[in-house]
Design a protein around this ligand. Structure first.
Ligand SMILES: NC(=O)c1ccc[n+]([C@@H]2O[C@H](COP(=O)([O-])OP(=O)(O)OC[C@H]3O[C@@H](n4cnc5c(N)ncnc54)[C@H](O)[C@@H]3O)[C@@H](O)[C@H]2O)c1
Length: 294
């Protein structure tokens, strides 16, 4: 589905980003992995076939110069950029006293906004600039002539951008302010980017995952980012949120594959929720926060 395409993936060393890189390469793309964890990125790039198909670049998405250099690394190595997946994220602590705004962990709040929101904005900016250099062309579909696509920018939001409480029943799972607000902001950046870049035939879309069995969730729910995927998945399967079917990174990669492909030619400005029905299940449920006033 992505034959000949060149994709940049932030947070590409682990979890959802790594699964997306594997799937994109399987589907014929060349990928550039941008991550603060350069060792893990390099290992994955090697596994994917080395520099003919996959490069690893040190990139902290909070730093504009590093995002710009990351995009340039893709265009220098592979001649163009077709797909950006702005996926790097920082969770921090969830469902703790600090999830309440009266106890705000300000340092975490700032980092969540910088990585999850500002990082996505910088990726949209620099990917958009690179994609505008792709030559305009036309395509014929169903006998209709129209402009051909010149690029697609995707971003990872979260159900945390849609809900303050991420449990379908039982104990609520409070989302921290910085994480929730950053992920809600991503949904808005996707809409703004879609409007701004539509005249250039560049699409912008998002994916809002529910809980996915990745190192991030291992850290948040089980206190250990090194837990094997199967163990994290088993823990998720036991929660009512996942309805007995844990979401794994491949499920989110599949959503990115669809959105990145020409099959989604007319999907822009949209954030696709991939959550096993979590949002549907809790819609209308407003949790009551118990605050000890003693
Ligand atoms: N796992 C979930 O349940 C879930 C749910 C909804 C949304 N998300 C989002 O999915 C995305 C991927 O998360 P994951 O679950 O695969 O986690 P993960 O921890 O497996 O991967 C996150 C990657 O981002 C990288 N990263 C962190 N800060 C960075 C920075 N400043 N610059 C560049 N890279 C950085 C990390 O090194 C890591 O490789 C994140 O945006 C996360 O918020 C995850």
């Amino acid at each position: 589905m992505l034959s000949g395409k060149v994709a940049c993936i932030t947070g590409g060393a682990s979890g959802i980003g790594a699964a997306t890189a594997r799937l994109f390469v399987k589907e014929g793309a060349r990928v550039v992995l941008g991550d603060t964890n350069i060792e893990k990125s390099q290992q994955l790039a090697e596994e994917l076939g080395g520099e003919i198909v996959a490069l690893a670049v040190q990139c902290d998405v909070r730093q504009e110069g590093e995002v710009e250099a990351f995009v340039k690394a893709a265009t220098d190595a592979f001649g163009r950029l077709d797909i950006m997946v702005a996926n790097a994220g920082y969770a921090g602590r969830q469902n703790t006293a600090g999830s309440l705004m009266e106890n705000l962990y300000l340092e975490e709040f700032t980092r969540q906004i910088e990585v999850n929101l500002r990082g996505v904005a910088l990726c949209i900016k620099h990917a958009g600039l690179a994609m505008k250099r792709n030559q305009p062309a036309t395509e014929s579909v169903c006998g209709v002539e129209r402009p051909a696509p010149r690029g697609v920018i995707l971003a990872t939001s979260s159900v945390a951008g849609l809900l303050a409480n991420c449990a379908t029943s039982g104990d609520p799972m409070y989302i921290s302010a910085g994480y929730g607000a950053s992920k809600a902001g991503v949904i808005t950046l996707v809409k703004l980017g879609a409007c701004e870049l539509a005249p250039y035939q560049i699409r912008v879309a998002g994916v809002a995952p529910g809980y996915v069995a990745t190192p991030m969730v291992g850290a948040v729910l089980m206190g250990d980012p090194e837990k094997p995927t199967a163990e994290v998945a088993a823990a998720l399967a036991a929660t009512s949120c996942a309805k007995g079917v844990p979401i794994v990174p491949q499920d989110i990669a599949n959503a990115f594959l669809f959105l990145a492909s020409d099959a989604a030619r007319c999907v822009t400005g949209h954030t696709l929720v991939v959550d096993n029905g979590m949002v549907a299940g809790v819609a209308g449920y407003v949790p009551c926060v118990q605050v000890d006033e003693a």
